[in-house]
Design a protein around this ligand. Structure first.
Ligand code: NAP
Length: 242
């Protein structure tokens, strides 16, 4: 029988991404599930307790696999909280003429390939008899069916690609790892570096603190079971159209 009570969640939890939501998720997961050893993995660790990982670097991902193989705690949950919407040299596109190969590829590297390659790097330590949750932060703007305004080609396209790839993964794992649950999550607009330049369009009551977003996301995630695997779900538990 799959475990459904969070009291029973034991082993290693890995939250990848040291941004606003990643750090809040790591703290809230540790508070809610005291039997988990929650570890934050980031490109810029702030202490020895944090692991180093760069999802855009194959060597770093291979090192993560070895670190997990050496870990005495079985891997119970992985949450990908990395992502990028803007960078030093680009902003989300408002028009087609702003689309550039470099920013399209940059966005796909972290927002689409990153989560799938993270799953690939943790798979070697999973087995078919142990429950496991893999969650990744997508975004509602990655929904094709819900897209009413266009723009943001690189970010929307990469999040849509992430959704497709992790949906494929959920189907592969349902055959090979039947106790695995793959979940794509939309956190709601949250006050972090990623959303900072765009917050003036958001009513204050609709802008979540990272702590509030983390609470919502765990409310959803901790209730997912293998029969739910492959869903794309918002912070309020509602399914989002693909
Ligand atoms: N905030 C929102 O309103 C909102 C809305 C919808 C969806 N989301 C999604 O939520 C997730 C978390 O975003 P956030 O709001 O917490 O943004 P954030 O504060 O900017 O955090 C994103 C983190 O991703 C990390 N990252 C980027 N490239 C990486 C790589 N190659 N390897 C490892 N880490 C990498 C960054 O780490 P460094 O510090 O090392 O650069 C950064 O800390 C993202 O997937 C985002 O798309 C956010």
């Amino acid at each position: 029988m799959p475990e459904t009570s969070t009291n029973g969640w034991q082993g290693r939890a890995l939250v990848v991404g040291g941004g606003g939501i990643g750090r809040a998720l790591s703290a809230e997961l540790a508070r809610r599930c005291p039997s988990l050893f929650v570890t934050l993995a980031t490109r810029h660790p702030l202490s020895d307790a944090e692991w180093t990982v760069d999802l855009e670097n194959p060597e770093s991902l291979a090192q993560l696999t070895e670190q997990l193989r050496a870990d005495s705690n079985p891997l119970r949950v992985v949450i990908n909280a990395t992502g990028r919407l803007h960078g030093p040299s680009y902003q989300p596109e408002k028009r087609l003429q702003q689309a550039e190969q470099s920013s399209l590829l940059d966005s796909f590297a972290i927002n689409a390939a990153g989560p799938l390659l993270l799953a690939k790097s943790v798979e070697p330590v999973l087995n078919r008899n142990t429950p496991f949750h893999f969650a990744s932060l997508s975004a509602r703007v990655g929904s094709i069916g819900d897209n009413q305004s266009g723009g943001w080609y690189a970010y929307r396209g990469a999040k849509a690609a992430q959704n497709m790839m992790l949906r494929c993964l959920s189907l592969e794992w349902s055959r090979r790892l039947p106790l695995a649950t793959v979940t794509l999550l939309h956190p709601g607009t949250t006050d972090t570096a990623l959303s900072k330049p765009f917050q003036s369009f958001v009513p204050r009551e609709k802008l979540f603190s990272p702590e509030r977003a983390a609470g919502h996301l765990l409310d959803v995630l901790l209730h997912q079971t293998p029969s739910d695997s492959g869903r794309f779900i918002a912070w309020d538990g509602q399914d989002i159209p693909w």
